[in-house]
Design a protein around this ligand. Structure first.
Ligand SMILES: [Zn+2]
Length: 482
């Protein structure tokens, strides 16, 4: 099949468009963004928290205008002046009306799930008062002057601000039968979110494709796409600078616009599969974990503390396998003894589920703390730490003393610390600054510089303190953020 890259001249009033390949192909084409000046939107004091899905029963009309106004069916998007008729939503067999009810209901449900982490209502009943976003999911691209391979189009404010009272277009009737429900939901999620100020995500900072986020053009994975709580670089078929900042976290942006909702996709599941009952604890613990929106990471807790972690499995053509199998390697430093094992599975929103506890024994039960890890005691054959007590900023000797499980600093001055974002607002508690440890990552620590000249920074003021190699590496670049 041919996949055509449709090159649109993006003018100042150009919309964001999603295109199909050939007519019978899966809808894999570009979903285009059209940057639109701010005076192309109706003024709004606050974003309405309503997304109205328009099926265009008996067909519907949109009028080309200099302004986007969902209440009056006006849009800057159509290619030509005048009033345009969009044909009613049809099912995969091309039939409108009651025959298409089931596919329409599935689309509404999919979008409710995708938008459920945010405080926005998804409805297919047109509001009779107030403003709303109108997501038209009907019609064909040629009906408003776009080429046949275009799947969707929406305006994006030139400064990426979220805009209210906007019409987005998802040309439902141009979506082919292959994976139709999944692709329709993807298109509507993307086009509506363009109006809310989102760009196209290309790949996440960990290098994985953004194919599991609706803001993507990528098809190297499929399944239901959710707005991911993960920073991404932007682009369509190749990486380019994001329009709205250094990176895009589509979840965070929508959360900032609408506030938190309640995810209706359920929490992860988690279960330990090996070692089997009666078997000793070896070097690997097998587990099974899954979630409708996918698992982001899986931790293994031994006697209450994490000893191993692996990222969620790759997303494939049907999304991430639910559940997927995981193997968690135990470090050689895990002391012998009776071990209560729990696997904790997280999704990308931070929701987690603990597996039922499984008790296995590594080697022989401990008899004294001497064979246990630093800071542990031996209790009834188990090496364990007391529950973490250290708050951020408290002095510490080992990570498990800290509630954050991070004990950072110099040999002479270690404190309970936490991760922070050196490029964002300082989230560290009073007196601590975010010390950059790598691109976009940092730890909370004392800003001992006092002065902030570049020359001073480069002298690495802690070098004389006998800094550990790790910390020295972390402090090669330091920054202060208020
Ligand atoms: Zn798009």
């Amino acid at each position: 099949m041919t996949r055509r890259l449709l090159l649109l001249a993006l003018t100042v009033a150009a919309p964001m468009v999603l295109r199909a390949g050939t007519a019978d192909a899966e809808p894999r084409g570009p979903r285009i963004t059209i940057p639109t000046p701010l005076d192309g939107f109706t003024p709004h004091a606050a974003m309405s928290k309503v997304l109205y899905l328009e099926r265009c029963r008996g067909n519907c009309t949109v009028t080309k205008s200099n302004v986007n106004n969902a209440q009056t069916n006006e849009s800057t998007i159509p290619g030509q002046a005048g009033m345009h008729v969009l044909t009613e939503f049809v099912n995969r067999d091309g039939v409108a009306g009651a025959a298409a009810d089931a596919e329409w209901a599935a689309l509404v449900q999919c979008l409710r799930e995708v938008y459920s982490p945010f405080d926005i209502q998804i409805t297919d009943t047109r509001p009779t008062s107030g403003t709303y976003h109108m997501a038209i999911a009907a019609g064909l691209p040629r009906q408003i002057g776009f080429g046949d391979d275009v799947l969707g189009v929406a305006p994006l404010a030139s400064n990426c601000s979220p805009q209210d009272n906007v019409i987005s277009f998802s040309f439902a009737n141009a979506h082919g039968p292959t994976l139709r429900g999944e692709n329709l939901c993807w298109t509507v999620a993307q086009e509506s979110a363009h109006a809310f100020g989102l760009d196209h995500s290309f790949k996440f900072l960990d290098g994985r494709s953004a194919c599991n986020d609706p803001m993507t053009y990528q098809v190297d994975c499929g399944g239901q796409r959710f707005f991911r709580n993960q920073a991404a670089k932007c682009g369509e078929y190749e990486e380019r600078a994001c329009r709205c900042g250094p990176t895009q976290n589509s979840h965070t942006k929508l959360l900032g616009t609408f506030g938190a909702g309640t995810a209706i996709t359920g929490n992860p599941t988690a279960m330990i599969t090996t070692p089997a009952d009666g078997q000793p604890l070896g070097v690997v613990v097998g587990a099974s974990a899954g979630s409708k929106r996918g698992i982001a990471r899986v931790q293994l807790l031994v006697n209450g503390f994490p000893w191993a972690e692996v990222p969620g499995t790759k997303f494939g053509p049907n999304g991430q396998a639910n559940p997927s199998s995981y193997g968690l390697m135990l470090p050689a430093t895990l002391p012998d003894g009776i071990s209560d094992l729990v696997v904790r599975a997280y999704d990308d929103l931070g929701a987690f589920t603990d597996s039922p506890t499984v008790t296995r024994t590594k080697g022989a039960p401990c008899t004294t703390a001497e064979t246990c890890a630093r800071g542990q005691r031996c209790d009834a054959g188990k090496c364990l730490w007391d529950p973490a007590a250290g708050e951020i900023g408290d002095s510490c000797e080992y990570p498990q003393y800290c509630k954050s499980l991070r004990c950072e600093g110099t040999a002479e001055r270690k404190i309970c610390s936490d991760a922070c974002n050196p490029d964002g607002e300082n989230t560290c508690t009073d007196g601590l600054s975010c010390i950059e440890t790598g691109p976009g990552t940092g730890i909370c620590y004392f800003d001992e510089g006092g002065c902030c000249s570049v020359a001073f920074d480069r002298r690495l003021p802690w070098a004389h303190l006998g800094v550990s190699a790790l910390v020295a590496a972390l402090l090669m670049r330091r920054r202060r953020r208020r």
